[in-house]
Design a protein around this ligand. Structure first.
Ligand SMILES: [Zn+2]
Ligand SMILES: [Zn+2]
Length: 318
């Protein structure tokens, strides 16, 4: 199973402002003292050696993750603005010829998780087929509402692909049972759902958007149990710990340190922090995660998860 991240920003698409690009160029040049700047290959190698957030950015598109089984079956989780890039890439496959089939899961229907849908080109290609699932009732009505003429000029009925909408059952079996999905409700305004996808002997959990109101007891244990043993846990780490627990209580998001506690207790292999706060620049996001790594280092547990900052283009092999 593979996972690819097409959108990792929380709340609203966040393009990198010019002054931040300038700041990155200046910093990269200052660090290039030993590089022959007239040698393109040497410059490229130097740039490639820089950390993700210095040679590029964590990413500005909102939530969209693609999960693919070894057999090539595709589940798309959420339709934030990152879905546009995924859709364009899919056109190079059978989806460009109207012969594609994929499943879609929606964690919830806040705007940052559905706003890419009108720009998802495989939906406009006749012959493509999609099964679309959510734990929320009336997913069709909710998505169609976004296409109301007052908000978008093209109605959903114009999108020629076959789209079948379903209320997700407790256990979902997809692609002749090559992929299985279960769900758990997350604390978030209007409720979001975490999905656990099992395939090829591995488990991938998408848990965005979520706040954790109690950090022990039955409440905590139900999430530990749901995340238990996952190879990858995608975690809503929008806030600093102080924001999550004090300043932005009840806003429906969490922080990296809470994720590390959960992942460690649940024996998760890799935790990927996503839903980055739109008002934080790349350096601040890096600082928050450096703090969380120091926290991880101080944990008594000897079995620790790998902690990653999610970025656009991140690909994981499970
Ligand atoms: Zn969100
Ligand atoms: Zn939300």
């Amino acid at each position: 199973m593979k996972a690819r991240f097409w959108g990792v920003r929380g709340s609203i698409p966040t393009p990198l402002p010019s002054e931040q690009i300038e700041h990155k160029i200046v910093r990269a040049l200052l660090g290039a003292g030993d590089v022959d700047l007239t040698d393109e290959a040497a410059v490229r190698a130097y740039v490639a050696s820089l950390p993700v957030h210095e040679r590029g950015c964590w990413g500005g598109n909102t939530t969209c993750v693609q999960v693919t089984s070894d057999a090539g079956d595709t589940i798309i989780i959420d339709a934030g603005s990152g879905l546009r890039g995924l859709g364009d890439a899919m056109l190079d496959s059978q989806f460009g010829r109207g012969e594609g089939y994929a499943a879609m899961l929606f964690t919830h229907t806040h705007w940052d998780h559905i706003q890419g849908l009108p720009f998802f080109r495989p939906f406009y290609v006749k012959g493509n087929r999609f099964d679309i699932f959510a734990r929320h009732e009336d997913i069709h009505g909710r998505l169609k509402y976004q296409h109301d003429f007052r908000f978008f000029p093209v109605g959903m009925e114009v999108m020629a692909a076959e789209k079948n909408f379903h209320l997700m059952p407790d256990e979902l079996h997809l692609f002749d049972d090559r992929m299985q999905v279960t769900a758990i409700a997350l604390d978030h305004p209007g409720v979001a759902y975490a999905y656990r996808i099992e395939a090829d002997g591995h488990a991938f959990v998408m848990a965005s958007d979520a706040e954790y109101r109690e950090l022990s007891g039955e409440y905590w244990d139900k999430y530990v149990n749901f995340y238990r043993g996952a190879d990858v846990l995608v975690f809503d780490a929008q806030y600093t710990l102080r924001e999550a627990l004090v300043e932005k209580q009840n806003w429906g998001h969490s922080s990296a340190m809470i994720g590390i506690d959960l992942a460690t207790e649940a024996g998760v292999g890799t935790i990927v922090m996503v839903h980055h706060e739109p008002s934080y620049d790349d350096d601040k996001i890096k600082r928050i995660f450096d703090d969380s790594l120091r926290y991880l280092d101080r944990m008594p547990s000897t079995v620790r998860p790998t902690v990653l900052v999610g970025y656009e283009g991140l690909m994981l092999e499970l």
